[in-house]
Design a protein around this ligand. Structure first.
Ligand SMILES: [Cu+2]
Length: 145
C-alpha cells in the first residue's frame, strides 16, 4: 500500500510551497527604530505590503537584540494614550499596513545593547504557517516622526 506515503509526501510539498508563497508575498520596507535613551525599550516601525492573493497573518516578532518583542498598537481612549498587544495582524491581499508613531509598532523590550542613530536592528516576523520574514531596521534620531 504505497498511496498513503505518496499522499503524505505530496501534502508536505504543498505545505512547503504554501509557506514559501506566503513569505514571498509579504514585503517589508522603510523599517526603522526610534530609541528613547535609557529606557531599555524601543519601538520599531515598518511598512508591510501583501503582493499576493491570500491574506498573510503575522503572529509574532523576534529580535536578537531584545529579550522580548511584540506588535503593539497605540490607541487614544478619550485623552489617554494606551498600548495594547496585537496577537495577530492580518495583511489582506494587496493591502499595505504602515507601522508609525501613534499607531502600530513593534515593541522591543530589554535591549541587550544601547542603540544609537545609524545602528541596525534585525527583526524577524513570524508568519502563520511557519514562514518568516527577516527585516533590518535602522535606528533614527529621537526627533524622527
Ligand atoms: Cu508599545
Amino acid at each position: 500500500m504505497r498511496t498513503p506515503a505518496i499522499l503524505a509526501a505530496c501534502l508536505a510539498l504543498i505545505a512547503a510551497t504554501l509557506a514559501w508563497a506566503t513569505a514571498a508575498a509579504l514585503t517589508a520596507t522603510d523599517a526603522w527604530v526610534r530609541v528613547t535613551p535609557g529606557a531599555g525599550v524601543a519601538a520599531a516601525y515598518l511598512t508591510l505590503h501583501n503582493g499576493g492573493t491570500e491574506p498573510v497573518s503575522i503572529v509574532g516578532v523576534r529580535s536578537p537584540l531584545a529579550s522580548m518583542a511584540m506588535i503593539h498598537e497605540t490607541r487614544l481612549i478619550g485623552t489617554q494614550s494606551t498600548m495594547r498587544a496585537r496577537e495577530e495582524l492580518v495583511v489582506a491581499p494587496g493591502a499595505t499596513v504602515r507601522f508609525a508613531p501613534g499607531g502600530l509598532h513593534v515593541m522591543l523590550h530589554d535591549l541587550s545593547q544601547t542603540l544609537k542613530a545609524g545602528d541596525e536592528v534585525p527583526l524577524v516576523l513570524l508568519l502563520k504557517g511557519g514562514a518568516t520574514l527577516a527585516v533590518t531596521a535602522r535606528v533614527r534620531p529621537l526627533a524622527s516622526e
